[in-house]
Ligand binder design. Sequence first.
Ligand SMILES: Nc1ncnc2c1ncn2[C@@H]1O[C@H](COP(=O)(O)OP(=O)(O)OP(=O)(O)O)[C@@H](O)[C@H]1O
Ligand SMILES: Nc1ncnc2c1ncn2[C@@H]1O[C@H](COP(=O)(O)OP(=O)(O)OP(=O)(O)O)[C@@H](O)[C@H]1O
Ligand SMILES: [Mg+2]
Ligand SMILES: [Mg+2]
Lengths: 165, 165, 156, 156
Amino acid sequence: MHINSIKISGFKSFAEDVELILEPGVTTIVGPNGCGKSNVSDAIRWVLGQQSPRALRCANMQDLLFNGGSNFKPAQRAQASLHITNVEGKLALESPEIAVRRQLTRSGASDYFINDAPCLLRDITELFMDTGIGVDAYSVMEQSKIDLILNTRPEERRFLFDEVA
Amino acid sequence: MHINSIKISGFKSFAEDVELILEPGVTTIVGPNGCGKSNVSDAIRWVLGQQSPRALRCANMQDLLFNGGSNFKPAQRAQASLHITNVEGKLALESPEIAVRRQLTRSGASDYFINDAPCLLRDITELFMDTGIGVDAYSVMEQSKIDLILNTRPEERRFLFDEVA
Amino acid sequence: SREAFLSAFEQIRANFQEVFEELFNGGETELLLTDPSDVLESGIDIIACPPGKKPQSITQLSGGERSLVAIALLFAVFKIKPSPFCVLDEVDAALDESNVLRFANLIRTYAQQTQFIIITHNKRTMEIADVMYGVTMEQAGLSKIVSAKFGNEIRA
Amino acid sequence: SREAFLSAFEQIRANFQEVFEELFNGGETELLLTDPSDVLESGIDIIACPPGKKPQSITQLSGGERSLVAIALLFAVFKIKPSPFCVLDEVDAALDESNVLRFANLIRTYAQQTQFIIITHNKRTMEIADVMYGVTMEQAGLSKIVSAKFGNEIRA
Ligand SMILES: Nc1ncnc2c1ncn2[C@@H]1O[C@H](COP(=O)(O)OP(=O)(O)OP(=O)(O)O)[C@@H](O)[C@H]1O
Ligand SMILES: Nc1ncnc2c1ncn2[C@@H]1O[C@H](COP(=O)(O)OP(=O)(O)OP(=O)(O)O)[C@@H](O)[C@H]1O
Ligand SMILES: [Mg+2]
Ligand SMILES: [Mg+2]
């Protein structure tokens, strides 16, 4: 199972639609400071169900919508989707590719979709249960957070161990 | 006023005597991970009077003594000194060069010296008063601490401003 | 359950030593329960000793050494139940060149079963990419994506 | 005293804008007292907006942008009462190449009145050195110093 592509639109600094087509193996994302690389990682975690604005470096979820910078119109909708191959039928669905999408409008409406069918966040977390994919899993390591594994009190650190036990 | 040289002996990974001779201007310290660069910065802060082992990445001040690694004898004494030119008589002393030295023995005896004369920590902090040099001043920025200026609560951050007010 | 945790814990300990040795070219590690009598609530202490050094608290390790220890722990857990994909954002920032090379080699071994998305500024890390995407901001404030796809021809 | 603090605060605000502009090639900053009625206890909020972007909380800035903002604030304070020497330990770790160059140029301007000791892994930062010391650990656990002294002949 791997990600075929990531689509982002209106999310943080990605005002216009962008698509990253991935292969199994290693994809590197590079570019100057502030160009949007970590925003891609935020988009992935957001689609997977990250509910805490602080974990996405925001004060409110509304801050995720492209804010227009000093030269553009702010976006009315933020959207991100992951298109995942369902190789080996690891995910409990029939289709060979699964599209998981999340969107947020400026009016505050927040919606989830699996293969374009509206669903709940719970459906997405259940879809990925036991695959190691998920907001709290070890599958995404944020910038400047690597040291936290070492700094957390020993009691907090065990959370990582409980994930796989 | 600038540092002419830094001498370190028996402090952290510097088992043997080392000396860095500096010039006014820019000195860079380079080398692989774990080779001892930040230990030089720790030595400078220790001589200037850093009293918190945690601020020197230790549990106890005794951890500052070279611990022998897996192949050597542990040091019996840790010592570091800064040799500073007293250009413009900025420091309240007669001599053109001032040597500030600190030592710690394995038995726990901790001593300070100005130009080889025993003194108290207070004499050292008074010597540097109003020069911007000191343990809490902005003159030493530790590794991975640069972000703290931004993360601290606004009330804590003002400490930096009070330093120069 | 207590047994499930202890069994995972034993595996993680072994994996941690293995990955650590690969990243540090040797050395010793230990993972200890702070309270062995209360396995399901106990904290976990980390002892990590690079080759030739003396085991101390990990607070005394250097910035780059701490990054490697954290990476080793992450992958020690990961090896038990690898996720299908893994996103790493600048975890190599504190590493010197030879450590970045070891980190990159480690990633390549795991990349056989896991898809990696690695955000980096480091040229050595970029060299192990199958695909590389550049993010640009030619117009201030507006991110765009440029792809520079490698594939096998470069690494053959 | 209230006057002393406010006078320093005004200077820091002006310096912060100046250094920020140098590091970001433009942009807008603001330093605000969280409680203007209690000047001696009030906290200080930072607004920092790179050119072309919209002023937001500094938490939304990128890792490299935050490093530059912190460096700008450090030097804004520093310019008021420069210390005779300043030690910086890997403050350039998160910076891309063009930002490291701007950081290095900034250091060179201050280096006329202040002695800098800069610990770094970055080649561009090394290029501004008058003296460079290498720390080595040929014998595991034992640090030694090697000096590679430049001086003016290299930069002329
Ligand atoms: N809602 C938004 N609208 C527009 N721009 C935004 C929004 N949220 C964040 N940004 C911008 O995105 C930029 C940060 O992007 P990101 O963190 O992805 O950078 P980066 O490429 O990871 O850089 P670095 O190499 O420094 O880590 C910031 O400059 C911020 O102003
Ligand atoms: N008392 C001691 N005796 C012997 N070695 C010590 C002692 N205290 C610390 N060390 C060693 O010093 C090393 C850390 O050195 P330091 O932090 O200076 O590295 P560094 O050159 O800054 O590396 P990096 O580039 O990763 O930041 C650690 O490996 C640690 O084991
Ligand atoms: Mg980033
Ligand atoms: Mg260091």
